[in-house]
Design a protein around this ligand. Structure first.
Ligand SMILES: [Zn+2]
Ligand SMILES: [Zn+2]
Length: 308
């Protein structure tokens, strides 16, 4: 398996940043796919997870343990059952699936789609402002308070990182495609910094505590993938800043879903960040809704269907 070992971000104790906390609770890209199987397909058994994901038993066991320890799954005899917080990961998975459909769909058809029970139409997840009910976009959200910089490389901590090209090994999936773009931890944290307004190399290194060589590699990759674009802000010497493209801005619902999940389920995340809606001027919680009928939705309101 072409796995690489790289330095991974590590939470500082007491950090209240919800996106970091959610990233930490979920784990890596394989953990996302374990959750996909549990939330969308109702998989509970070890062997069924293994068959559907095509990963080594040891790898799967580690991811299941991580999700049990994080309170997203409960291990009950032979079964791994979703807890309420695990089931509520639906918003993160649905937004990741939708983004993958929109931006990575050129890689061929995927095998499932979602339908809203309430209106019967194809489900497209849209986050709305709890105060004014209008749809939320990255440009409409003001961040009033951010937890202090919370990622830091501690010692020579090493984590195995899944080969992101292996995620679709068993079957095509939009969530896996999203994870191939944004699914390693540093990339997701770099993107999250972009949404908080960070644009310059030195600001990324300072805010993330990331080594310059790792940051340069991630920024180059995100530019190559079309998430970020370089814009010169100084000519002599030439210096560029990094801006989210349309593709990058469209990704906003995924970190927003993670933030919303963390603030609801992780006590430490409640005070880390305060979001205000530019349109109505009020603080809000993001409510996951159906694009067509605007009803609030959770996992029980959605039917996941195989494409025929
Ligand atoms: Zn509002
Ligand atoms: Zn609907």
């Amino acid at each position: 398996m072409p796995s690489r070992s790289i330095s991974a971000p590590k939470l500082l104790p007491g950090s209240g940043d919800p996106v970091y906390l959610a990233t930490d609770a979920i784990g890596d890209a394989w953990s996302w796919l374990v959750l996909r199987e549990a939330v969308f397909e109702g998989v509970t058994r070890f062997n069924a997870f293994q068959l559907r994901l095509g990963i080594a038993r040891e790898t799967l066991a580690g991811r299941l343990d991580h999700l049990v320890n994080g309170g997203l799954l409960e291990h009950d005899g032979l079964d791994y059952q979703l807890t309420r917080s695990g089931k509520d990961m639906f918003g993160c998975l649905a937004t990741a699936m939708h983004w993958g459909d929109c931006w990575c769909g050129g890689e061929g058809p995927t095998e499932s789609w979602m339908r809203h029970r309430g209106c019967g139409r194809k489900f497209k997840p849209v986050f709305r402002c709890s105060a004014c009910q209008e749809p939320l976009s990255a440009r409409d959200v003001v961040v009033d308070a951010v937890a202090r910089t919370s990622a830091e490389l501690i010692g020579e901590q090493r984590h195995r990182v899944p080969g992101l090209d292996l995620l679709e090994r068993v079957r095509p999936c939009s969530i896996a495609r999203t994870l191939r773009v944004c699914g390693d931890r540093w990339s997701s944290l770099v993107i999250r910094e972009c949404f908080l307004g960070t644009r310059r190399f030195d600001d990324f290194t300072r805010r993330l505590g990331i080594a310059p060589n790792i940051l340069a590699q991630r920024l180059n990759r995100l530019v190559d993938l079309g998430m970020l674009a370089r814009r010169p802000y100084q000519l002599r010497p030439l210096r560029c800043e990094y801006r989210l493209t349309k593709m990058g801005l469209d990704y906003y619902p995924v970190p927003l879903a993670m933030l919303t999940w963390a603030q609801h389920w992780l006590g430490d995340a409640k005070s880390g960040i305060v979001l205000r809606h530019r349109l109505c001027g009020r603080r809000f919680t993001a409510i996951l809704t159906c694009e067509h009928c605007t009803a609030a939705v959770n996992r029980d309101d959605i039917i996941v269907q195989a494409k025929v």
